[in-house]
Ligand binder design. Sequence first.
Ligand code: TRP
Ligand code: SF4
Length: 400
Amino acid sequence: MYPDRVVSGMRPTGSMHLGHYHGALKNWIAMQAEQPCLFFVADWHALTTHYDDPGIIEKATWDMLVDWLAAGVDPTQATLFIQSRVPEHAELHLLLSMATPLGWLERVPTYRDQIDNLAGKELSTYGFLGYPLLQAADVLIYRASTVPVGEDQVPHIEMMRELARRFKRLYGKEPGFEKKAQDAVKKLGSKRARLYNELRTGYQQDGDDAALAQARAMLDDAGSLSMIDRERLFGYLEGSRKLILVEPRAQLTAAARLPGLDGRKMSKSYGNAIALRDDKEQVTHKIRTMPTDPARVRRTDAGEPAKCPVWQFHQVYSDASTQEWVQKGCRSAGIGCIECKQPVIDAIVAEQEPMHERAQPYLDDPSLVRAIVADGNDTARKLAQETMRDVREAMGLSYT
Ligand code: TRP
Ligand code: SF4
């Protein structure tokens, strides 16, 4: 009933690194050619933890957008926008909040985890508790079918599915819908009413699509109907309540294949990251100083790739023959670590070259990024407004 649509967001954390690229961005780039995609900067989500330091968000937002474009997110295929520029997200968040049991939010595992991780920060705030609810609004407002996310986000997707179902139960059907629909049938006049009922039976019992099409065409012509009656009759035809919010499904991004320079998860805050747009000198320096198998103290000591983070980089960046060269050379002390690292340096530099090229025009003229996002904001906003019209109506808020 609603088209496939992909929605995903990232908090603006500033410059992206290769972990983001091999984790999330490559996946986005693969999807954008296949389906309509909306990718957005979750700047309000950043405020849930950085409410006391909002100054960093603006720069982080633009830096992240340039990195998305550099990585190959294509604004002619995907819609790129900023969450706070589509204030309808906040309206849906508010309306959802009315019917969201507190327990659903307190139960989300990331809630406790984050509070523990960011110990020392006051996070018993209303906004932080509502983090997954805001995320639900981000997705439900576009009636998204698919949400590419990491494993940690799966409970958030589960919660949005529950919310969509709850919403349907609570507001998906007007009280007395059946009776109102039958009254609307009568308003068609006896001849048309009989035809409507025949076609409806034909469609619902025999799956006759032609009957459905004919009935719809008839409703379109029935000038005497109010808009709301017409909507009712459309819904009644198909035997469905009007679907307002759609249950999305998570599409898991493969677990991070690329660790940080020290073998832990790549993260700017650990100081073990290679930025998407680091230059050749930075990459060379970072890889050359990267730790290796601690057992290889001297060049003549044999090593074990399984104990070396450089090997994990080879697994991402090197072909089979290079990998074999590493395995043999390391275990026999036939190659030195500097030698071993060179193909990784070359591969990363080659991977980044087109990224630097794509980023350059945006760095030369930042108004290009502003224009792309302004367009994306408009596109997203139109879609969001359509959904909100239905939501307001379903919740009895469309009176004037
Ligand atoms: N919570 C997500 C994260 O931390 C970011 C996010 C916000 C998001 N809204 C979203 C992801 C909607 C997918 C869909 O990574
Ligand atoms: Fe690591 Fe390569 Fe040195 Fe072996 S030779 S320890 S795999 S860097």
